[in-house]
Design a protein around this ligand. Sequence first.
Ligand code: MF3
Ligand code: CO
Length: 237
Amino acid sequence: MSMSGRIVAQVIDSLKKMVAIGVTTKEIEDFADERIKALGGIPAFKGYRGYPSSVCISVNEQVVHGIPSDRKLKDGDIVSIDIGVFLDGFYGDAAVTISIGTIDKEAADLIRVTEESLYLGIENAVEGKRLYDISSAIQKHVEENGFSVVRLFVGHGIGRELHEEPQIPNYGVPGQGPRLKRGMTLAIEPMVNAGGHEVIVLEDGWTAVTKDGKRSAHFEHTVLVTQDKPRILTKNN
Ligand code: MF3
Ligand code: CO
């Protein structure tokens, strides 16, 4: 899993450099698809339950599962890119939200708070804690900052399958849920809306957008639970 995770991290690093004003989401898809394969991985999302592309690219009010298209990124957009890689029997999964050109304060705060909430969640991925310690740490930080956590989608266990037990909601009561044990691998992924938490899935069957049209951000890492510091598998050190 550390090897599939490393490919995810490397591809995200390269993407951060190529994503810019005027780039289409299909160009991001093609670049990521090629990089994943060049590094020896298999794109994990393509064909998963019929998903048509190798990455999910969600712009502004799109929450998750945006399908790459001819849409050109504009100054002021925020774009969430979600990548999964399969390598030698194991999966890695991560997402980031990137700003395009100059973004307004609300968007900058949304991105910052969402990423902070991911790391606060990860801090709780420690043996002996409970699953919803992760969830509640995320929810608390998001809501303290006036944003809302999406409820329709959740994080998940990951390993030999892309989606395994348990589901990891981004909201919950601390001290509850299954006990965390060393060796568990979790995809923790706060999806955070600037407005209300409600989302709608479009006619394409995939693209999730906010009901109120306000923007949304998404950060995700695949994390290994240990007896002390959580190990982030989708991060370059
Ligand atoms: N990171 C997302 C998830 O864990 C991406 C899945 S997209 C799909 O659900 F296309 F694979 F469904
Ligand atoms: Co995921």
